[in-house]
Design a protein around this ligand. Structure first.
Ligand code: BEZ
Length: 224
């Protein structure tokens, strides 16, 4: 079955992009990566999404995340669309964004990665790509996926928030609770014994008493 599940390795595909031909693993290098798909060039929701993604590119870069978009049109269409996206952002209309856009004209990658939405068809009755987000770790394994229909734009601030959570888990071995925001308390993962948690989190571990008497709700201030 096409598509990617958590823990799967990113396929090492080759593709034409607005910044030349790439091989995906070389493109990712040792960085984290975000691959986000769009239904089509020159469409309204997609244009607002690409505009926001471009504005937030420095935030992704600060977190060592390589960004790459995908849409099922040609490189030439993508380059022309970039001008609209820049103009939408109130900038000079240049044929360039801070990240490449993959040209998947024949939908080969979209099929392979399970990105097509059978309910959203183009004028020829062919399915368009849904709004998929794949986040890969430096080991090139899938850490997170999000799947929205064409008619719902994503929230790129939320994508940054989940990246912060994923990186806290990867580097500090903590989980993040509901509605967590950077700087808020984080949670000790259930598999970590109390003694080890005390050593690992010198700022302290705070356990909330619960009717069950089970001490699983363990908080610690966000590690530096
Ligand atoms: C959009 O980006 O606005 C869009 C694209 C395809 C279907 C619906 C909306």
């Amino acid at each position: 079955m096409p598509g990617l599940l958590l823990g799967d390795e990113a396929p090492d595909f080759e593709a034409d992009t607005t910044q030349g031909r790439i091989r995906f693993h070389d493109f990712l290098g040792d960085s984290w990566g975000i691959l986000f798909s769009h239904p089509r060039d020159f469409t309204p929701v997609c244009t607002t999404e690409l505009g926001r993604a471009a504005q937030l590119a420095p935030e992704f870069s600060k977190r060592n995340v390589k960004m790459i978009a995908l849409s099922i049109d040609s490189v030439q269409d993508h380059l022309s669309w970039c001008k609209d996206v820049n103009a939408y952002n109130g900038e000079q209309p240049a044929e360039k964004l801070p990240f490449p856009i993959i040209a998947d004209k024949n939908r080969e990658l979209a099929v392979k990665l399970g990105m097509l939405d059978p309910d959203e068809l183009d004028k020829d009755g062919m399915p368009l790509t849904a709004r998929v987000v794949f986040i890969f770790g430096p080991d090139k394994k899938l850490k997170l996926s999000i799947l929205y229909p064409a008619t719902t734009g994503r929230n790129f601030d939320e994508i940054l928030r989940v990246l912060d959570s994923l990186q806290l888990t990867a580097y500090k071995k903590v989980a993040t609770p509901v509605d967590w925001k950077p700087g808020g308390s984080v949670m000790v993962v259930p598999t970590l014994p109390d003694e080890e948690a005390k050593k690992l989190f010198p700022k302290g571990v705070f356990t909330k008493e619960l009717p069950s008497g089970k001490k699983y709700l363990r908080y610690t201030p966000q590690p530096e």
